[in-house]
Design a protein around this ligand. Sequence first.
Ligand code: SF4
Length: 487
Amino acid sequence: MEHGYELLKACTNFFADFIIFSLLALYLCRLHLSPYRFKKDPVVKKSLKVFVKTYGCQMNERDSEMILSQLQCTGYELTDNEKIADVVILNTCSVREQAEIKALGKSGYLARKKRTNPNFKIGIVGCMAENLGEKLFKLNGAIDFVVGPKRLHELANVIEGNGPNLCIGDPEVRCPTHGFGRKLGKNQCSAFLSIMQGCNMRCSYCIVPKTRGIEQYRPMQDIVEEAKFLAENGIREITLLGQIVNNYGGRLMPMVDGKTPFVQLLEHLNALPWIERIRYMSPHPKNFSDDLILAHKNLPKLCPSVHLPIQSGSDRILAAMKRPYTREKILEIVEKLRSAVPDVGISTDIIVGYPGETEEDFEETVSLFDAVKFNMAFIFKYSPRAGTKSADLIDNVGDGEKERRNQILLQRVQETSSYYHRKFLGKTVEVLIEGHAKRGEDTMFGWTSNHCKVLVKASENNIGRIVPIRIDGFATTILSGTLVDSY
Ligand code: SF4
């Protein structure tokens, strides 16, 4: 009996040890195998501190994240204090001239630091690097390296070299996968996920196809793996990024059951545990297919919020801009979206004062605004960009007139935005709390699924959680509310 008991005890211990050992091995294996694992702090071989300043769009923000991960992996120390940095990298934007002037001004300011620290390095990366290339060394002789967006994976090597070092154009092997470890912030619960690079369109005013090249899609499985990694590390909301995000897969990936590759990807991501919200940015009206509208209805994690850049409400101007859709198409998309998801938030981008835009053309845009009632709009006054087709046209709408048109649309959108926000008064909405708001220690901010920003008094414990908030105040672009009692 006693023998039998000892044997049973020994067996039990053996199996318990075996299970613990297996779980440990599995965990270590997973850590090692994930391509997105947090890299352990490497030995700081250079003791150089790097600071990255980002200009422009979300694609640039994601690129900057990738730059930081890459440099950390190769032994640099990261700092968020520009003053103590040994290397300052400006990740630039070329969409508007003003953005380039700003970045160039900043590089001029930084040049002064070279007088006291000759080893200090200045780098220009991103779209402006690709657009201006070698010219940048002439504009500011203190710049050490210039790296285009298609060559960012070579950045660590470029920094090592003795400047000036130029690295633009197509690399021998393109690296669209952002294959460096991800670096997430403390308490971060929302993250960008790049699914493609480049753009095949040729909108007449846009420099992006020149700076970022043609479309390159990441493999679907690779994106899903990265999303899993993000989910396992506290991310609850992902925003898929691409220049034309709904053209993901193009003609290179097959339709499956009548669904585009983009919708197939959304379905895979919707099935992942821990991911609670999925957004995407920015779609093109041309590719806004019915299966995507249906996905908004059927996929519970796909947020009821769409940023649909229309640029103009005049078919004549759209044709001149080489935007292959009409105002009718916009109205049709909006109608279908609203009947599939009634509370969907719709925002847009508009350019006013495009060459040749008449008062009648502009009125068409105003009437489209009135018909759609966007809850947010980013309105830009046209300015020519060297290297684009429209730069050859006469910029014949004066600055004053552009400003007048800008103000008219701004007022329209303020009215529709206020109307949209007012509808939430007295309602309880689910808000993903992201962090501290600027106003006061105990005030947090977060977002509803239809992308309204909400302020609320709450404790830090709520960061990263989706909580119910009763809305009791609103302004044009923001809501405020109170945590419901149970929280
Ligand atoms: S779709 Fe047009 S505006 Fe958008 S990135 Fe491509 S070329 Fe530029």
